[in-house]
Write a protein that binds this ligand. Sequence first.
Ligand code: MN
Length: 281
Amino acid sequence: MKMLTQIKEIIEPLNSSDGAGVKLKRSIGTQLIDYFDPFLMLDEFGSENKDDYIGGFPPHPHRGIETVTYMLSGAFEHEDSTGAKGVMKSGDVQWMKTGRGIIHSEMPAMTDGKLHGFQLWINMPAKLKKNKPEYVYLNSEELGYFSDENRRVRIIAGEFNGIKGPIENHNVEPIYFDVELDENAELSTILNENHNSLIYLIDGHLNIGDTSMSPDGKSYLLILDKSDELKIKAKRDSKFLLISGKPINEQIARGGPFVMNTKEEIAEAIHDYHNGTFAKY
Ligand code: MN
């Protein structure tokens, strides 16, 4: 039976900083919500003040996770130990499966103007954590795109109204939509009732299930309950991300940029990084 999806929890992102002093808002991966399986971290970075982002993220390692970076505006230059290199522009996505290990840098390719984007960390199951890194770069034109008179949906992963995103055959069966609704527009979609789903409300005013939610100039993380029919109505022009994924249901051990199953594996990652065997495949 179809059950209407409700908001289970409303979380205000915490001000944080990472890399070389990049200011950001973290909504998953904090003391309020450490892990929303399979999502380990969700950061929004955005500022018109270059001092908030100019330091960027100088070379650093990752192991055991996927990092999904989505740029709304601005440009980031990236370079990594697989030899991949390029500049991310507005609307582009970098979906990186770090597997066994990658060392990369993410630096702003701009000295003024507005930078705005997101980074989502997705856990990898034990059986994939030791894989070779895999790097997917998607230009904005490669995303799925649905539009009609009052709705625009960019589809990174999942399917909306018959239009599929480019990320397919993924173990967590992700949904990642960037949605813009004009005032009074409605959106409905089916979620998997066994998956964990969230809305990251950036701007506007939405009715979701029985709740009305307006961010008042701030962004909010809305944790959804596990039901299958999501119905949203915009009370004014609104913008949000809809993200969903299948839980991995494994024990996790965190060590900064490494996320493994046990503390021993974190110690091994630190050891490999310090003795130079980290990004060798
Ligand atoms: Mn990184």
